[in-house]
Design a protein around this ligand. Structure first.
Ligand code: SF4
Length: 450
């Protein structure tokens, strides 16, 4: 007698052991890291992309093996929090959905950030997706590159209007036309939104350039130097590039005067798509969190009204591509009903908060709950980052305003000041979020009246 083809009294086949992974404090798909609220599994997505089927697999895994808390990260990945019990089955479910790396040892290093609109943005100069695929294949499959830190990250900008340009990356590239030909300007230990390029290579050499930078870093870095900024501290990034140019003349590195054009689009909303008659619908996840039903619902919309794919954005939200422009408002309404933020004027759309004391032992305050309180207090939307400690996990950039926890329910308020390091200028100490909201509203009113 059989049930679904499996003999009822036969022993279950032994599950093949999951591949071994190196020790690290960073979560991965194969490495569940414990937090106060349970295990965390981070699913690194190629360019933030996943299919509707894969999104449903993540939603199901979060529902079956965890407390349904899913997070969209500021590196355009997803993670499942609060995992209890059987880790192996959760990992297998995600691997079966095709969300794993090509090689187990390559999971940590598949950190390549693209615009969520890559290949679809009317303003782009270059579709960087083929280059991203080539780079990810190298990172995942070339064992020498698996020595890179799990935080080592590369950004490929295609010149899109919808782009995150403020996140620090070890290597960034951005397209530029020189004498009618396509080149890639590049920088090290910075971001295209703030830093001038250190050089440029013909676009066809971009993959080789990145590998050459990674190899040079691995040869020179000490065991304590995990990021390029560690290696370049106290030395000259331009000198690093000069050495590379001298050693690798085949790369064709040349100097270039390049500053990336600023972005023109606010993330949440409906954006034009390169393909006529189609739109990109971008929504936010409140404080980066969503539940299984939200993700499953978005997957259903992608399948019914989009192209069957979803892209996670570095603003901790979602982009649905391939929506017929006539359907964009319908999709926004459906996303709003699922709990996604579709209006940039919603106060929560401008707030970011780390895990805080509800899930992190280092947290001095429950930043997520306090951010909800702040959103209810604010009369005007304000871009505020609530951080449970100085590590600033939620923000890869300095926010216009930062509330740094100093105790349960109490914060110091900083305002960004480009002339000052860290979070900026200290404005108030040991205040509640209600007091912070009043200060931020007063500041907003006074700026409006200037
Ligand atoms: S910023 Fe501090 S409190 Fe917040 S998640 Fe990171 S380590 Fe924890």
């Amino acid at each position: 007698m059989t049930n679904l083809g499996i003999p009822l009294h036969a022993p279950f086949p032994a599950r093949p052991p999951l591949p071994a992974v190196r020790p690290s404090a960073c979560p991965g798909l194969l490495r569940i890291v414990q937090a106060l609220d349970g295990g965390i599994c981070r699913i690194k997505l190629p360019g933030g992309l996943l299919t509707a089927d894969q999104a449903e697999a993540v939603a199901n895994a979060a529902q079956v093996y965890a407390g349904e808390v899913i997070e969209a990260t500021n590196r355009a990945n997803l993670q499942i929090r609060g995992i209890v019990g059987e880790h192996g089955a959760l990992v297998e479910a995600l691997l079966t959905a095709g969300l794993g790396p090509r090689q187990a040892a390559g999971d940590d290093v598949r950190n390549v950030l693209l615009s969520p609109a890559a290949g679809l943005d009317p303003q782009q100069l270059l579709d960087v997706r083929p280059l991203a695929a080539q780079l990810l294949a190298s990172l995942e499959q070339e064992p020498r590159l698996h020595a890179l830190s799990a935080k080592f990250a590369i950004q490929l900008d295609g010149g899109e209007a919808l782009a995150m340009l403020e996140h620090h990356h070890d290597v960034w590239l951005s397209p530029v036309i020189i004498d009618g030909a396509g080149w890639m300007a590049f920088g090290l230990a910075g971001c295209p939104g703030h830093d001038p390029a250190l050089g440029a290579v013909p676009a066809s050499n971009a993959h080789a350039l990145v590998l050459a930078v990674l190899d040079a870093f691995l040869v020179r870095a000490t065991a304590e130097q995990h990021r390029l900024r560690d290696l370049l501290e106290g030395t000259s990034a331009a000198g690093f590039v000069d050495d590379l140019a001298a050693q690798r003349r085949d790369l064709g590195i040349r100097s270039v005067d390049f500053h990336r054009a600023p972005i023109t689009a606010t993330p949440i909303g409906v954006h034009a798509q390169y393909q006529p008659g189609h739109s990109l619908v971008v929504a936010g996840a409140a404080l980066g969190r969503l539940d299984a039903e939200q993700l499953r619902g978005a997957a259903g919309l992608a399948r019914r009204l989009g192209d069957g794919t979803l892209r996670i954005t570095p603003w901790q939200g979602l982009l649905l591509p391939g929506i017929a422009s006539a359907d964009a408002a319908t999709v926004q309404l459906a996303l709003a009903a699922l709990g996604w933020l579709v209006d940039p004027a919603q106060p929560l759309a401008s707030l970011i908060a780390c895990t805080g004391s509800s899930g992190c032992a280092k947290g001095l305050a429950d930043t997520k709950a306090d951010a909800h309180r702040l959103a209810a207090t604010l009369l005007e939307p304000a871009a505020v980052h609530l951080s449970g400690c100085a590590r600033s996990c939620a923000a890869a950039h300095v926010a216009p305003a930062t509330l740094l926890a100093v105790g349960n329910g109490y914060y110091d308020l900083y305002l960004r000041d480009a002339t000052l390091p860290g979070f900026g200028a200290l404005q108030a100490t040991h205040i509640t979020v209600q007091e912070a909201g009043a200060l931020l509203d007063a500041r907003s009113r006074s700026n409006t009246h200037d």
